[in-house]
Design a protein around this ligand. Sequence first.
Ligand SMILES: Cc1cc2nc3c(=O)[nH]c(=O)nc-3n(C[C@H](O)[C@H](O)[C@H](O)COP(=O)(O)OP(=O)(O)OC[C@H]3O[C@@H](n4cnc5c(N)ncnc54)[C@H](O)[C@@H]3O)c2cc1C
Length: 353
Amino acid sequence: MEKHEVVIAGAGPGGLKAAKTLEEEGKEDILLIEALPKKRIGDKFCGGMVPPRAVDLIGIPESLINTTLNKADLHIDGLTFDVPYQTRWVKRIDLGQYQLSLLKKTELRDSTKVMDVEPKENYITTLDGERIAYNYLIDGSGFKSPIKRKLSGKRENYWQCSGYMIKTKKQVDDAFHFYIYTDMNASLFWTLPYTDLLEVTVAYPIYGSIDKERARQHMEELAGSKDLSLNEGEPKAAPVPWDYKGFKFGNIFLLGDAAGLPSTIIGDGIYQSAKCGEMVAKTITNKGYDWERELKRDLLKHYYIGPGMWINKVYGWTNAAIKIAHLLTNKMDTKISVPEFIGKIARRILYNW
Ligand SMILES: Cc1cc2nc3c(=O)[nH]c(=O)nc-3n(C[C@H](O)[C@H](O)[C@H](O)COP(=O)(O)OP(=O)(O)OC[C@H]3O[C@@H](n4cnc5c(N)ncnc54)[C@H](O)[C@@H]3O)c2cc1C
């Protein structure tokens, strides 16, 4: 049977960062197995917002940033919070191809799907029925990971995201907008302008229910406000899992989405996955590395951020936001300019602490 010291399943930000760090730490026998063909590595339905800590960790060059938006506005029906909050965005395919270009020693097996793992026998099986043995297995295969399913059971909590990518001749907006509609139970809509695309998306928790027809109407209105139509867009869908149950299972490690580690507040997970990738590589190469401390100090802090996880679990935090907005004001057709320092505090809490 073919055997490698380290086998990585999935070339997302997590798997690619793991491979890069392993190379830096001197490992040579690394096999990276990816379901997509090489040219499509990175191609995932994802906003691609990269907080400063992700830019630093992955080493994202300035040239990769597609757009920088200086506002992140929150709209609750007619109530608008105009928030000065800077965000930077990359196209996921650009990020994937960039991370891939950094690898020098890793063997890539693209267009190959991992289907199963035998943890006691230390081998995985691919869709073609091939068995590949490992000393260490790193699972960066994301939401649908067959390895995660085997190790810690089926998914319990996730947000489902459905949206449209609409081509535009130029950037149609200079702000990122969140929309909460009081007629849409626990769901969050957003519009995100890239330099040549507008993304219009709705996200809703699987324990809630959503009126799909009504959701489409809201999205059509959002696209229409930019003189665009959903019919011109490419439909996309992907989930954001947050059902963390473990990171290290003997010589098998789960990264980012496979582990269920995205933030429970807005579902960002690029940093978390890349950080897991780095942590795994250091755990493998440095026996003294304290991964448990690092996990608690960094990733779990973001996962359990504030009461986000629990509000989400019992209520859906969008519903909580609606209630708070009603308490704050009855005048729902108001624009509130949030002072810059509040935007800075929010940014610090969410991304820089
Ligand atoms: C709509 C949406 C918007 C988002 N916006 C943001 C954002 O703005 N900022 C942010 O930080 N995060 C965002 N996220 C979350 C982010 O996309 C994920 O947290 C992140 O991509 C997880 O990285 P990963 O490496 O763990 O897995 P993934 O990026 O999912 O990569 C998994 C890789 O494994 C491959 N694969 C899957 N199954 C197999 C298999 N069986 N065998 C081999 N290969 C396999 C896939 O093809 C893929 O390349 C968003 C998510 C969604 C759904």
